[in-house]
Design a protein around this ligand. Sequence first.
Ligand code: LLP
Length: 419
Amino acid sequence: MGHFKYKNGVLFCENVSLEEIAHTVGTPFYCYSSAHLRERFNAYEAGFAGRKHIICFAIKANSNLAILSCLGHLGAGADIVSGGELFRALRAGIKREKIVYSGVGKTAEEMEYALENDIAMFNIESMEEMALLSKIAENMGRKAPVSFRVNPDVDPKTHPYISTGLKKNKFGLSMDQALAAYKRAAADKWLSIKGIDCHIGSQIIEMSPFIDAFRRLRKLIKEMAKMGISISYVDIGGGLGIAYREESPPEPGDYISAIMEEAADMDQAFIVEPGRSICGNAGVLVTKVLFTKENGSKRFYIVDAGMNDLGRPSLYNAYHEIRPVRKVEKEGVSETDIVGPICETGDFLARSRPMPRLTSGSLLSVMSAGAYGFAMSSNYNSRPRAAEVMVYGGRFHVVRNRESWRDLVAGEIVPGEGC
Ligand code: LLP
């Protein structure tokens, strides 16, 4: 449970009671532990043990400015996938020379914005993208730094929706295409080749797919060298999993040292793009039981957070542990569905979960919600998005206000007299 622990029967984030936060900010809210972020970031650092590297936090996992700024202060760079993420990274003070731009569908506007801001490199995913970037670089009169994302065709053994390094996935260039792409880029005076990139999927809990992918990448780098193409960066992507339940993924330090061992004779700088493994277990979603009800043998807790707040259970059937914020006697344990207020059968946070008897008003903490939680939340059913708080320096800080009903309609325009 890391920095989320019971003290005198109440769940705390570091030294702050989640009950106390709920009383002040209301529910639902996300709560993040800055100590956890620091520990995980430093664990990655330790793995590199003196090798040249950049740890580019994958902003998509959690883009709150407080998180980005905390990681930026520790020395993190960013892996971005949109102009919006670049805007956030710069706002949070992340150094531009530590920003890499991934993603299959960058627009011309986004490319210009990233070029103007001198980011470290673009991870190119298709020939057409390369051609567009070169044209934009020429128009702007500045060379674009590039890496190519290769698709090593290895099975990361994770949920099919979050596998990205298989031939059948939309990501990257095949190994053969990559060689042709490097040749083309080398001949293009508006592109400057910086490195190579690969990312095979997310929530990977074994070492072997990472090693497999790295060996393939290494082979390709050797072939490239024979063609006279040398690179200074090797980006091994993100994807390291966390424990949601009983999984035991490699620790970040062990994962990185294993790759560094494979790379003992290489002199390039390494880039890693972790998201979940830095912030996943740094956060929880706290929600309140609105009603309890029983339909025959089935018990339901209807809570005030729904699939719009945390979509992972509905989208991927993902498991998140759910703990009462105030410990209760284990009496009356029975299989319970913990469901949200949204008008969809798929709106659940947990199904058939043994839960103790709770009453309306009880607080629940949905664990391991710091990655792809708030970041994927929406306003579906016109629900204002939750507040976010961070525990830092011994107290909690609201790092995003709860949205209001006014926020929901800001930006909407009714034409004329209202049709
Ligand atoms: N780099 C690239 C190019 C990526 O596509 C991703 C994640 C990452 C890095 C960071 O991966 P991580 O270290 O967080 O595994 N919404 C899904 C996860 C989607 C991941 C997409 N790409 C979920 O909730 O499980």
